[in-house]
Design a protein around this ligand. Structure first.
Ligand code: SAM
Length: 269
């Protein structure tokens, strides 16, 4: 299952929804309390998960600009039927090239999810400069932070996870990616520009019944293993077989670390 496929985003969405940090989400909601209307841009929206997760917590009249470079994902981003005063426009933009275009016009809030770990230091710094220049609040959910703990443990878990985290730093279209260090960097840069930060963990916690998503993640570790570890194909295949045996026996659980942040210009209401 590929990183931005419709199937992968659909598989992860309910887990993302459960994992989103409620304190951070409430801080976003509180920043707009009493406001009748809000205008939001969601960067790298995928199929619209942030609209569905955050929309119910925002003022009733909402205008969303959903931005992504995938036409097939944008085509699937939709307005939830139970929110009658929500208007949505979908805008295809290559954010690596035309970030500034996405931030054009009147906006109250910039959001994103599962994006920051994919981008480079340079691109993240550019994003923070552009957002801070407009004094806009910024909500970024579900940034992977490098922590993953599988139970029961298997031989080579540590090596395969290290390889996966190394692969997280490879270029995903924005230059060499920040991977697990992205959330810390984003918080630092926003503080530098006079923002107040609310942060909290938003870990995936998969129990023994959450087999499909664990299988997809372990398969991902195995796929990049030959590129990022010194392990042989046999070692990697045996490791994956062991993890799958735990899954099939209903014994496998997995925690994957994420961080949510809400950055708000100091001095704003
Ligand atoms: C991990 S997905 C997250 C999607 C969505 N925010 C969510 O939480 O389900 C990363 C998203 O970044 C988008 N993306 C990757 N590179 C991009 C680029 N250069 N410009 C715009 N979007 C991009 C992908 O198409 C994908 O939708």
């Amino acid at each position: 299952m590929k990183g931005f496929s419709v199937e992968w985003l659909a598989l992860r969405e309910p887990y993302d929804l459960a994992a989103r940090n409620a304190l951070v989400r409430d801080a976003v909601a509180n920043a707009f309390l009493g406001q009748a209307a809000i205008s939001v841009v969601d960067l790298a929206c995928g199929a619209g998960a942030t609209l569905r997760a955050l929309g119910p917590h925002l003022p009733p009249r909402q205008s969303w600009r959903l931005v992504d470079n995938s036409l097939s994902l944008l085509a699937r981003a939709f307005t939830p039927g139970h929110l009658p005063h929500v208007t949505v426009t979908t805008t295809p933009i290559d954010l690596a090239r035309d970030l500034e275009l996405a931030l054009d016009g009147p906006l109250d809030l910039v959001t994103t999810s599962a994006l920051l770990d994919l981008v480079s230091t340079e691109w993240l710094d550019r994003l923070v400069v552009e957002v801070a220049a407009r004094r806009l609040p910024f909500y970024a959910a579900l940034t992977y932070d490098g922590r993953s703990v599988a139970a029961p443990p298997a031989r080579l878990d540590v090596e395969l996870l290290a390889g996966f985290n190394l692969h997280q730093r490879t270029d995903k279209g924005f230059g060499p990616a920040l991977g697990p260090s992205a959330a810390v960097r984003a918080a630092e840069r926003f503080e530098h520009f006079g923002y107040a930060l609310v942060q909290g963990r938003s870990d995936w916690v998969f129990g023994t019944d959450d087999r499909a998503i664990q299988d997809a993640l372990f398969a991902g570790w195995a796929e990049v293993g030959p590129l990022t570890t010194g392990l042989s194909a046999d070692d990697i295949a045996q490791w994956l077989a062991q993890r799958r045996a735990y899954l099939a026996a209903g014994r496998s659980s997995l925690r994957v670390g994420h961080v949510d942040i809400f950055a708000r210009p100091i001095g704003s209401r």
